[in-house]
Design a protein around this ligand. Structure first.
Ligand code: PLP
Length: 365
């Protein structure tokens, strides 16, 4: 048998590592008889809010649902536009549309690939009710100035932490800077379930109460529909129990991810690949993203050396016909979309595999 390719991700390794704990969690849910909104659901919410240092963490069925419910909970009366980035995989556009609002895009910063303060500043109007800030690839972006700016227009800030859970700056976590935040527990995420899941976080009691009602049909109490726009979005007991076994490992996983990116960055010095840095606690290193104007050729050369790659994300939202987004010119977003690609980065990569990726990067010179 030939030498194996180095996968972009391999979920079976994390499942094998956590096998005993996951089995115990599974058995305890089965014997409890609770399947939905039981003790694991409540305990995971408490553990997540304690970890993040946020008043309320409300778990839901996916990250996209979390974004949708967060937008619905905070959109100011009479406003109907969500401003966001077009390079974050379409999730915020999908969520804003499902929430019943229109979308407009700001351009991204050429280095961080997160929303550019200048671009947002030039676009803010009082029609915009919500700005979604995605901490893309795990990077807790420079968010404080954006929050102040948005608030001066009466705009609410939703943070998308689906790729950045655990990232922090001076002890303050991604997801605690804006008015409300959303995350995903999709299996490949830094904190991954064994299926779909998500959460909404906020310090604001009123927003938390709205999300609690919206995730369960708009009910105030059972069968009493008090709030319009409700849906069914719950995290089941099994996923909550699995996530409880993994949350205590999140910081270790994130540190391992950062160390992988740092090794790639060192290997890429003086070569044709620019590795986006992930050097510090403000970065959860969800993906190892590299950039080159010779993307096609370099991906082929890496593939020849057994290194799998992918693109996050190849088509910006405003060029996706199915998202029906407005025609806009976003030069930095468009340029990045033809240059970026991702190389293997997950905590269970072996040291030998990381060395092989580094050698392959070195051979590109
Ligand atoms: C930045 C970002 N936001 C939102 C989502 C949506 O999460 P989900 O797949 O759980 O709906 C994802 C990932 O899938 C994501 O990467």
């Amino acid at each position: 048998m030939g030498i194996q390719d180095i996968p972009l991700n391999d979920l079976s390794r994390g499942i094998a590592r956590d096998g005993d704990a996951l089995e115990l969690a599974y058995k305890s849910v089965l014997s409890s008889g609770w399947l939905v909104m039981g003790p694991n659901h409540d305990a995971f919410q408490s553990e997540l809010s304690a970890y993040l240092g946020v008043e309320h963490a409300l778990v839901v069925a996916s990250g996209t649902d979390a974004l949708e419910l967060a937008i619905k909970a905070v959109m100011p009366e009479g406003r109907e536009i969500v401003l966001t980035a077009a390079n974050a995989g379409g999730y915020s556009t999908t969520a804003a549309r499902r929430a019943g609002f229109r979308v407009r895009y700001a351009d991204v910063d050429t280095d961080s690939l997160c929303l550019s303060v200048e671009s947002v500043t030039s676009l803010l109007t009082r029609e915009i009710g919500v700005v979604i800030i995605t901490h893309l690839y795990g990077n807790l972006t420079d968010i404080e100035a954006l929050v102040v700016l948005c608030h001066s227009f009466g705009i609410r800030v939703v943070e998308d932490c689906a790729q950045s859970l655990g990232a922090r700056r001076r002890g303050r976590f991604a997801g605690t800077f804006g008015d409300i935040s959303a995350t995903s527990f999709y299996p490949t995420k830094n904190l991954g379930a064994l299926g779909d899941g998500g959460a909404v976080m906020t310090d604001n009691r009123e927003y938390a109460d709205k999300v609690k009602q919206l995730r369960q049909y708009g009910w105030s109490t059972k069968y009493q529909v008090a709030l319009p726009g409700g849906t069914n979005s719950r995290l089941d007991e099994l996923q909550a129990a699995f996530l409880r076994t993994r949350l205590p490992q999140l910081d270790t996983f994130n540190a391992r991810r950062r160390s992988i990116v740092a090794q790639y960055a060192a290997a890429a010095i003086d070569g044709p690949l620019h590795v986006l840095p992930a050097d510090g606690e403000h970065h959860a290193a969800h993906l190892a993203v590299v950039r080159s104007s010779r993307r096609k050729e370099l991906r082929t050369r890496l593939a020849e050396q057994g290194v799998q790659t992918d693109i996050h994300f190849p088509v910006p939202d405003h060029h996706q016909p199915g998202l029906c987004a407005p025609a806009q010119s976003l030069p930095a977003t468009e340029q990045a979309s033809v240059e970026i690609f991702s190389i293997p980065c997950f905590p269970e990569l072996s040291d030998g595999e990381i060395d092989r990726v580094c050698a392959a990067i070195g051979n590109l010179r």
